[in-house]
Write a protein that binds this ligand. Structure first.
Ligand SMILES: [Zn+2]
Length: 196
């Protein structure tokens, strides 16, 4: 089955992914940890959560190679030939065709995708839109709060001075220090208020 767990910035999605993976490993289940190639924050193959948990992705998925081939490669490399569970971090960066492939692979694998639903402009990422169409299990990872104390539902890009940025490329990874991302409630996202 293909699962999509979506949440805004600050909802501890990656921490939840890593804890779920740990629990599975403790049970002796074989899991693969992968991420799309586009996310280079914290190093190419590191799966990093803001609360400090991190792990190495076993595959950084290349968009030009079928996912099936890359998983087969991992099975050979790591004697994971019986792995049954695949965890995908930053799943919003999957391409539409990668999601389509994951949906097909999910006939025989349990695939858990964790990622953002929308970008800083409130638009779907292509990967998230495809996951919302095709995943059989869709759940929200809640817990992120706006500075006002209400539920954060919108991802917001802010510059170094804390100003809300409303234009620009959909993907600007925040390791350049020019931007960071926070979760805001809809009202404060619409008003562009990133703090009290
Ligand atoms: Zn608010």
């Amino acid at each position: 089955m293909l699962h999509f767990f979506h949440g805004v910035m600050g909802s501890s999605k990656t921490a939840q992914l890593l804890m779920q993976r740990y629990n599975y490993q403790q049970l002796g289940l074989k899991v693969a940890l992968v991420k799309p190639a586009i996310d280079t924050r914290a190093g190419v193959n590191v799966v990093y959560s803001r609360i400090g948990l991190e792990a190495k992705a076993e595959i950084v998925l290349d968009a030009d190679t079928p996912v099936r081939e890359q998983l087969a490669w991992l099975a050979v490399q790591q004697a994971h030939n019986t792995f049954q569970y695949v965890f995908v971090d930053e799943a919003q960066f999957l391409t539409e065709s990668q999601v389509q492939e994951l949906a097909d692979l999910a006939d025989t694998l349990e695939i858990y995708c964790y990622g953002l639903k929308t970008d800083f402009m409130g638009q779907f990422f292509p990967g998230s839109a495809a996951l919302l169409r095709l995943a059989e299990d869709i759940q929200e990872v809640s817990g992120s709060l706006c500075w006002c104390g209400r539920k954060a539902t919108m991802n917001t890009r802010v510059d170094a001075d804390g100003n809300v940025v409303r234009t620009g490329e959909q993907v600007v990874i925040d390791n350049h220090q020019d931007f960071r991302y926070i979760g805001l409630c809809y009202r404060h996202w619409r008003e562009g208020k990133s703090h009290a």
